[in-house]
Design a protein. Structure first.
Length: 95
């Protein structure tokens, strides 16, 4: 399989999803072991939004999976909205 064929299959998205998952697990492990880095509550919604978009792309590249694509796009939008709401709330200063 050459590089052109790889980029025309869902494999490249699977690789990206695997890296995102490993990165999220590594950040969580780092935080739980050392207390350093970010806690999952600080980036979890952002990761959910990004993974949902990647899963929607994965469904789009797979024939017949358009209902999954629609579901993951809705999930990504809801997660993005929740992320913006949390960021706005955390950015407001008490009077």
């Amino acid at each position: 399989m050459n590089s052109e064929q790889i980029y025309q299959t869902p494999l490249v998205v699977d690789i990206a999803i695997a890296f995102i998952t490993l990165e999220t697990l590594a950040l969580g492990l780092l935080h739980s072991l050392t207390g350093g880095g970010l806690a999952l509550r600080e980036y979890g919604i952002t990761v959910l939004s990004g993974l949902s978009l990647m899963l929607a792309l994965r469904c789009a590249l797979t024939p017949g999976f358009w209902p999954g694509m629609a579901l993951f796009l809705v999930t990504a939008g809801l997660a993005h909205g929740a992320d913006l709401r949390v960021r706005r709330r955390d950015g407001q200063r008490p009077a």
